[in-house]
Design a protein around this ligand. Structure first.
Ligand code: G6P
Length: 612
């Protein structure tokens, strides 16, 4: 988490930095700051709170210079405060740095540096780096950074400036994301945590890898290893355009992204379904048919919403491909023994492609011999680069912290893979594959039809149940994931108590929670679990709970068992999580909006969790 931006050039430096920070604000938003070189001196301005607070502080007293760094923070070490906000400086204020990641041995380093006379001003792990670079500075910032980082354990993307090295930015990466933006016009360059920060300035970039550092001036970008060996980089073209990262007339990014789902789903399919054939073109899959036939187990590696997308696909993969699938959150998976081996395919799902827990679990899987397939939205992200193959979801930038369009596109991408796997393994016949693919091609239109026809009804229901403070979300089979994701959405953005549960488990505990005050949302689509799901609704209503059912169009029966019904179009049961996820997102959104929550940036959360 935390967003980093650095700039060298002729533009209004603070404005460039603020523009970058605004785009990165989803990474963290509890404090922010800038450092600019002004007339041979480092000037630092910081503020507790969102970027808008920093903007107010800067009004009328913007430091002016042609080199600067900036940061938006999501606190790990030390609470959010002006003092703990970045940039951090060394004792004499010659060096200023911004950092994303965690310095694991910072206490040991800090004690050593304090014993040597360094004076610390904050409680952060980051400040250690500023003093460490000061310690090794003998007239060359690049050398000082390289020498200092040798002593550091942990993860970092760090950018440093010094008033004794004017015109130079030094950046380095170990496990935290970092990208260099190459100026479209001569005389400027950028560095940032991710492409969204530099979109409005340039589309040309270098993707910086672990163990690399960069020396930037206005006219030159040199990439080297941390040991100082030159690295040749190829220019990467960012495809997203700046407008895609704007709200486009919507009140929040989240609602814009919910409504973008038909488009995102079309992009996920792209050219991957080959005409009317029962065949798929998954160009970067890089997993041979022979290997896919040998796979004995699939392990889904993901966090948060992405792990629920994994649950949706667990159901489909087991049902259609006959392969056992395990899903566990990556923060747990990375500590579990015997989960992976050579016959395990790890599928890493991550919108950002930079989630630290996901990456750690992936590395563990690889060490144990597993092959990895990445499902991600960000081209060139760490998850993509550390996998054997990748399926990009092409959902476009997702800015709202609560994931929406990435969730449904992740399921779609995985369903495509599922059909491919079933065809290769002979568990899906070509006729069945054609039927499934036809069903998938209809999903974007069905999502559109639902959003056009039912969004206003969902909004009405949010108003009707506005005062409900406790929720249960239930689902079975293909919709266990819908229940989990629905509950997560309303927790994240409306701050309401919600439990997601497998409907069949109700009588083993959660039924005790049901009273007249509890709202229950349940996905009950037609299929093998329909009758049993109806049984669960009866148990709830018998105890006074209010039921909103997400059910298929044309299902008349459901009305007898629910207080309200949200209708989704009919599709194959294994495909239906794509459609059932959307009403859950909308309901959470409208409830949160009625509560006047900060929907795009919920308290205590960040979109890209790059620390474990
Ligand atoms: C954070 C976000 C969630 C997201 C999760 C995993 O918690 O707030 O929306 O699902 O990280 O992120 P990833 O980028 O790996 O999908």
């Amino acid at each position: 988490m935390c967003g980093i931006m650095g700039y060298l050039g002729e533009r209004d430096t603070v404005e460039v930095l603020l523009e970058g920070l605004r785009r990165l604000e989803y990474r963290g938003y509890d404090s922010a700051g800038v450092a600019v070189l002004v007339d041979g001196k480092v000037e630092v301005v910081k503020a507790k709170g969102k970027i808008s607070v920093l903007e107010e502080v800067l009004e009328g007293k913007k430091p002016e210079g042609s080199v600067g760094i900036a940061h938006t923070r999501w606190a790990t070490h030390g609470p959010p405060s002006k003092k703990n906000a970045h940039p951090h400086a060394d004792c004499k204020g010659h060096i200023a740095i911004v950092h994303n990641g965690i310095i694991e041995n910072y206490l040991e380093l800090r004690e050593k540096l304090q014993a040597e006379g360094h004076k610390f001003r904050s409680e952060t792990d980051t400040e250690t780096l500023a003093h460490l670079f000061e310690k090794y500075y003998d007239g060359d910032l690049e050398k000082a950074v390289r020498r200092g980082l040798k002593e550091v354990k942990g993860s970092y993307a760090v950018v440093a400036i010094s008033d004794r090295d004017p015109g130079v930015l030094i950046a380095a990466r170990q496990y935290s994301p970092l990208i260099v933006g190459l100026g479209e016009k001569p005389g400027e360059n950028f560095v940032a945590s991710d492409p969204s920060a530099i979109l409005s300035f340039t589309r040309k970039a270098y993707l910086i890898d672990n163990g690399e550092m960069v020396v930037l001036t206005r006219d030159r970008v040199e990439v080297k290893t941390l040991a100082g060996k030159a690295v040749k980089k190829s220019v990467f073209h960012i495809e997203w355009d700046a407008e895609m990262a704007e709200k486009g007339g919507h009140k929040h990014f989240m609602i814009k992204e919910i409504f973008e789902q038909p488009h995102a789903l079309r992009e996920t399919i792209g050219e991957r379904i080959a005409g009317g054939e029962a065949a798929l073109k998954l160009d970067r899959l890089n997993l041979t048919d022979a290997y896919l036939r040998r796979v004995k187990k699939v392990a889904i590696i993901a966090c948060g919403t992405a792990s629920y997308a994994g649950m949706a696909v667990q159901y489909a993969l087991e049902k259609l491909c006959g392969v056992p699938v395990m899903v566990d959150v990556a923060s747990e998976l990375q500590h579990r023994e015997c989960v992976f081996d050579k016959e395990t395919l790890g599928i890493a799902i991550s919108q950002s492609g930079e989630t630290a827990d996901t990456l750690q679990a992936m590395r563990m899987a690889r060490r144990q011999g597993a092959k990895l397939l990445a499902i991600t939205n960000v081209i060139g992200s760490s998850v993509a680069r550390e996998s054997n193959g990748v399926l990009y979801i092409h959902a476009g930038p997702e800015i709202g912290v609560a994931s929406t369009k990435a969730y449904t596109s992740q399921i779609m991408a995985m369903l495509l893979f599922c059909v491919h796997l079933g065809l290769v393994r002979g568990t899906i016949k070509p006729t069945a594959a054609r039927r499934l693919l036809r069903g998938m091609k209809r999903l974007p239109d069905q999502a559109e039809e639902f959003l056009e026809g039912e969004a206003a009804h969902v909004e009405e229901l949010a108003r009707k149940y506005k005062d409900v403070m406790r929720y249960l979300y239930l689902g079975r089979g293909a919709h266990y994931c819908t229940a989990m994701e629905g509950a997560l959405k309303i927790k994240e953005i409306a701050y309401l108590d919600a439990e997601g549960y497998a409907a069949g488990e109700m009588k083993h505990g959660p039924l005790a929670l049901v009273t007249e005050e509890v709202g229950v949302l349940s996905a009950v689509v037609e299929g093998p679990h329909y009758e049993k799901s109806i049984g669960n609704l009866q148990e709830i209503r018998a105890r006074g709970g209010k039921v909103i059912a997400v059910a298929n169009e044309g299902d008349e029966e459901i009305q007898k068992y629910a207080d309200d019904v949200i209708r989704i179009p009919k599709t194959e049961e294994v495909l239906s999580p794509v459609l059932a996820g959307i009403p859950m997102q909308l309901y959470a959104y409208y409830v949160a909006d009625l509560w006047d929550r900060e929907i795009d940036q919920p308290r205590n959360l960040a979109k890209s969790v790059t620390v474990e």
